[in-house]
Design a protein around this ligand. Structure first.
Ligand SMILES: C[S@@+](CC[C@H](N)C(=O)[O-])C[C@H]1O[C@@H](n2cnc3c(N)ncnc32)[C@H](O)[C@@H]1O
Length: 391
C-alpha cells in the first residue's frame, strides 16, 4: 500500500533529508520548514527508519483536514477509518500536539479530543462499544500538527527518536544531536577521502557520524522501531530484508575503505574523551577514528585540504562566556595556520565571527531544537584532481 510519510528534521537542514530520501529511491511530495514528505510503501517505512541519518522520526500520514472548532475536530477524526490502521489491542495514545496560527490551540485539548474520537471509532468498528481498549499490544502513537487550521495527524512508526542510534551511552554537557551532526556534515563537501578534524569533539558525535557515513553504516541498523511490532500493517520479512540490506552495505562500505579514513577528534577534557571512546566503540567505529586529549590551541595538521567540522563551546553556562573571545580568537589563528583547509562551525554565540578574525563565506541559521544557532562556512580550495598516470 502507498502511504505519505513525513520526515521531520531540524529547521535549515531540509535539503539534506530530501536528498537522503531521494537516494533511498522515494519520491518527495512536499518540503516545508522542518519537514519533508515523501511517498512510500511498507518497505519504505522499514528502510527510512533504518537508513535516514537526518530525520527525527518517520510518521505515516493518517489524516489531513481543516477544523476550526473542537466539535469539527471530533467529528472529522471520528469519521476516519482508524480500524484500518490501529488494531483493537494497540497501545494507542496521542503523544504530541502543536498548533501554529490556528483557531484551535491548546495541545492538551487536541490530545484529549483526538484520543476520545479515535477510541470511540475503534469501539464502534470492533463492535466493543463501552469497552476499554486493552492497551496490551504494539505502540501506535499519534502526533498532531495544526497549521493555519489544517490539522495533520501522523502515526509514529519510529518510537524512540531516531537520533538515538544506540551508541551514545556516555555524554558531556551540550552534546549536539546525532541527526543534526550528520546533516551538518552533509552540508559540507566532506567525503571519506578527505581529512576531518573536530577540535572540540566532546562525546565524539561529529567524528562518529562521519565514520558511520564513511563506512556506510546505517544509523538504525542496531535498533528497533515502533513499527517493527506492527503485525497489522507490516510483514516481518520487510524488516529482515531492510536489516539485511544494512548489513550488506556495511560490509561493502568497510571493504571499500581501503585505507583508514583520516577522522580525528580532540578535546581538552579527559572525561569527554572517555565518553567519545566509549561511544565510538559502541558505534563500531573505534578503528576508524583517532581520538586524543588536546587543547584546541595546539591544533595543527601536516596535510593540505582538510576539514574542521566542529561545535565549540558557546557559553552554555553563563560563567563560561568570558572565555569565549580568547577561545574563538585562538581557533581562528590555528585555522589560518592550516594549509588550504575548510572550516565549518556551529555555535549559538553571536560574536563568533568577530573573534574568529575572518568573515565567513557563508552563514546559515539552523535551529537546534528551539535554540537559534549559526553554521559558519569557511571554504578552502578543492584539491587538484588526480590525473590517471600515462602508463
Ligand atoms: C559544545 S561541546 C561539544 C559537544 C560535542 N559536539 C558533542 O556532541 O558531544 C564543546 C567541547 O569543547 C571542549 N573544550 C573547551 N575548551 C577547549 C579547548 N581549549 N580545547 C579543546 N576542547 C575544549 C569542552 O570540553 C566540550 O567538550
Amino acid at each position: 500500500m502507498k502511504y505519505e510519510l513525513i520526515a521531520p528534521c531540524h529547521f535549515g537542514t531540509e535539503a539534506c533529508t530530501k536528498k537522503e530520501i531521494q537516494q533511498l529511491g522515494y519520491e518527495i511530495t512536499e518540503v516545508s520548514d522542518g519537514k519533508v514528505v515523501f511517498s512510500g510503501d511498507e518497505r519504505a517505512i522499514a528502510r527510512s527508519n533504518i537508513f535516514l541519518r537526518t530525520t527525527e522520526r518517520v510518521l505515516l500520514k493518517a489524516a489531513e483536514f481543516e477544523a476550526r472548532t473542537w466539535d469539527e475536530l471530533f467529528e472529522a477524526v471520528y469519521a476516519l477509518s482508524w480500524e484500518d490502521l490501529i488494531p483493537w489491542d494497540a497501545r494507542f495514545w496521542v503523544a504530541k500536539a502543536n498548533s501554529v496560527k490556528s483557531k484551535l490551540f491548546s495541545p492538551k485539548d487536541f490530545q484529549t479530543i483526538i484520543q476520545k474520537a479515535v477510541v470511540r471509532r475503534l469501539q464502534k468498528a470492533y463492535r466493543r462499544e463501552g469497552e476499554r481498549l486493552p492497551m496490551s499490544g504494539a505502540d501506535y502513537a499519534l502526533r498532531v500538527a495544526a497549521y493555519k487550521d489544517k490539522i495533520t495527524i501522523g502515526m509514529d512508526t519510529s518510537g524512540e527518536s531516531l537520533h538515538k542510534r544506540g551508541y551514545r551511552k556516555m555524554t558531556v554537557t551540550a552534546p549536539i544531536t546525532e541527526t543534526l551532526a550528520s546533516a551538518l556534515i552533509m552540508l559540507t563537501p566532506w567525503n571519506r577521502e578527505r581529512i576531518l578534524v573536530d577540535p572540540f569533539c566532546g562525546s565524539g558525535t561529529f567524528c562518529i557520524e562521519a565514520a558511520m557515513m564513511a563506512a556506510d553504516i546505517a544509523p538504525g541498523m542496531e535498533r528497533n522501531f515502533s513499527a517493527t511490532r506492527w503485525k497489522n500493517l507490516m510483514e516481518k520479512q520487510l524488516w529482515y530484508d531492510a536489516y539485511d540490506e544494512a548489513r550488506d552495505k556495511k560490509a561493502d562500505g568497510l571493504r571499500k575503505l581501503s585505507d583508514r579514513p583520516d577522522i580525528q577528534g580532540y578535546d581538552i577534557d579527559a572525561e569527554a574523551l572517555k565518553a567519545a571512546r566509549e561511544n565510538a566503540k559502541l558505534a563500531g567505529v573505534q578503528e576508524l577514528i583517532h581520538l586524543q586529549q588536546r587543547d584546541a590551541a595546539l591544533l595543527s595538521h601536516p596535510k593540505k585540504y582538510g576539514f574542521i567540522i566542529t561545535n565549540p563551546p558557546y557559553g552554555e553556562r553563563l560563567e563560561d562566556k568570558k572565555d569565549l573571545p580568547e577561545l574563538y580568537r585562538t581557533l581562528g589563528k590555528r585555522y589560518a595556520a592550516l594549509d588550504d583547509w575548510s572550516m565549518y562551525l556551529i555555535t549559538a554565540w553571536e560574536d563568533a565571527e568577530k573573534y574568529l578574525g575572518r568573515k565567513a563565506d557563508k552563514n546559515r541559521k539552523i535551529y537546534n531544537g528551539m535554540m537559534k544557532t549559526y553554521f559558519y562556512s569557511y571554504l578552502g580550495p578543492k584539491p587538484p584532481a588526480v590525473r590517471p598516470s600515462a602508463e
